[in-house]
Ligand binder design. Sequence first.
Ligand code: ATP
Ligand code: MG
Length: 357
Amino acid sequence: MSQYRIAAIPGDGIGKEVIAAGIEVLDALAARNGGFSFEFESFDWGSDYYKKHGVMMPSDGLEKLKPFDAIYFGAVGAPDVPDHVTLWGLRLAICQPFDQYANVRPTRILPGIQSPLRDVGAKDLDWVIVRENSEGEYSGVGGRVHKGLPIEVAQDVSIMTRPGVERIIRFAFKLAQSRPRKLLTVVTKSNAQRHAMVMWDEIAEEIAAEFPDVTWDKMLVDAMTMRMTMKPGTLDTIVATNLHADILSDLAAALAGSLGIAPTANLNPEGTYPSMFEPIHGSAFDITGKGIANPVGTFWTGAMMLDHLGEREAAAQLMRAVEMVTADPALHTPDLGGTSTTRRVTDAVIAAVQGRN
Ligand code: ATP
Ligand code: MG
C-alpha cells in the first residue's frame, strides 16, 4: 500500500476551513479505497505566524517541505497585512524556489451549477488554463525611488527567458495532446508588447512543429476575454503568461459558476521538488468563521493532487462524488445561491465517496 506524505498549509481566513474539510474527504476516500493512505503534517504558516514572528514562514520552511510528496495549500491574505507581504512571503516563496513553473487550472461547469455562460447557449465548457508561474510580470524585479515626491518613479520589470517560455509552451502542447480535442490557444499581447510577447509567438511556432497532431492558434489577451464569454466552445487548452493567465483564470472561474469551485495545481513537472495544490480563491475574510465557505474547489484540488500522485481512479472517484453533491441544489453554499454549509457539503461528499448515498 502506498503512503503519501502531504504537507498541509491551511494559511489564512477560509483557507483553514476548506483545508480541514479537504483532509477529511481525502482521508475518507483513502479508507474506502484501501490502496493508499495519507500522512498529513500541518504547518501553521501565514498571517497569524507573521504577526508573531515577523515572517510568513520560518527560514528553514523550504527544507521542511522538501521531503513531502505534495503540498496542500489553503489561501493567504489578511486585512491587516499588506497583500504583497503575504503573497511573496509564503505562496511565491514556495512556488519560485520549488520551480513550480506550470500552474494548471481546469475549468468545467459542474452538474447543477448555474453559469452565466448558459445565457450565450453554452451547455458546457471544458478548459485547462496553463499559467506560466516562474517569471514574466511577477518576476519581482523593479524598484521605486523618490517615494511620495512629485518625481516618484516605480517600475515592475517583466522578465521572459527563452528556456522559461519554451518549457511552459511545450508543457501546454503536451497537455493539449493528451486531451481528446488536441486543441491549444496561445495567448499573448504581441501587438503592444513588442519584445517578450513577440518571442512567445515565435517560440510557439517553433514548438508547434514538434506536435503536428495538435491544432493551435494565437490570440491577443483582450480578444481572448471576448472569445471566452462569447464562443466558449471553441477553446480547450489555453496557455498564457503569469499575469494574463492570472486574470483569465479568474474569469474562467466566474464563468464556471463560482470562485469557490475552481482548483489549481502548481506543478514542478520534473518532480525535483514537491508540487503544490490549492483552490483558486483567496482567504475571503468577509465569510471567514461563518462556516459557509464552499469547499468544492479544495476537493477538486485534492482530486488533482491524487492524479499527480498517480492515483487516477481515486481522483475520478472523488470527482464523481463532488459532482453528485453539486448536482443537488439543497447542498449549494451561499456563493452558489444556496443555504448549505461547509460542514454539510463535506459530509455529503464523504457519504458519496463511501457509497452511502
Ligand atoms: P485574496 O486577497 O486572498 O485573493 P479575497 O479576500 O480577495 O482574498 P477571494 O477569496 O479572492 O477574496 O474571493 C473574493 C470573494 O469571493 C470573497 O469575498 C468571497 O465572498 C467569495 N469567495 C471566494 N472563495 C469562496 C468560497 N470558497 N466560498 C464562498 N465564497 C467564496
Ligand atoms: Mg482576491
